[in-house]
Design a protein around this ligand. Sequence first.
Ligand code: M3P
Ligand code: FE
Length: 308
Amino acid sequence: MAMTGVLRPGHVQLRVLDLDESIKFYGDVLGLIETGRDQHGRVYFKCWDEHDHSSFIIREAEAPGMDYMGFRVLDVPTLNDIEKKLNDYGLETTRIPAGELLETGERVRFTTPSGHEIEFYAEKNKVGNGLGNVSPAPWAPEREKGMGPVHLDHCLLYGPNIDETAKIFTELLGFRVTENILDPEGGNAAHFMSTSHKPHDIAFVNYPEPGKFHHASFLLETWEQVLRAADIMSMHKVNVDIGPTRHGVTRGMTIYAWDPSGNRFETFAGGYFAYPDKEKIVWPAEDFGQGLDYPQRKLHESFLTIVT
Ligand code: M3P
Ligand code: FE
């Protein structure tokens, strides 16, 4: 498919309780590569097969959670167009100057009706994946570090007004709803949305409290890598939430677990291709458990209640 407009999830910034502990966790246990530190005390990471400077940023704070999620857009005219569309719709935006985030250009940010800070940017310096662009090897040595995630894939966010939020993502930002989970009244309990051919790039679950973070998800290459990640989690006494198992929703083979601050992360492999002509999938409320955990068909209480 032609890729224009919003290209992909580019970065997420999370709050952590203890920076040093988190640097060890995300670097050595998850296996991200540290790419920088800034004057505000933020630490920047990327996954081994990402080419942009950073995809995952942490800062120390009193409470865990997500500061914002950022999407890379095609170019500066696209960024300006997104700002205009949001403003014309009646949404306030703020411009964050280039360089505020290391190696990253100007960003345009707005608050979703679900209470999340979402931003867009057209420029972030390319540092490459270490393999070059001429006859590259299929993987870099860093793949063997920790769980070895390939890239930051998506976030799942909890908050109110998810229909209004989905409307903004679909009508203004060019996303498509790939899957809905329904509530018992037939309304939407969850929207899974894609701006690419992935089953989702962002998802929202209906929740009374605004701006809550459920998980950031990292792609692994195979089911064997997911099982290897499970072994690493146990070796390091990581708190595991669900899995290894398979989601019905998106078909991802998955583990949910928590970082030392209580922020949930996911490591997963697989999923289908979601080209723009693919029809939407629906999960009636009674199948929510199957959508979450296909083999066990279990609507885990922690999935619904534990967010940061
Ligand atoms: C994911 C995923 C639900 C499934 C969630 C799925 C809400 O997190 O990455 O596919 O049932
Ligand atoms: Fe996920």
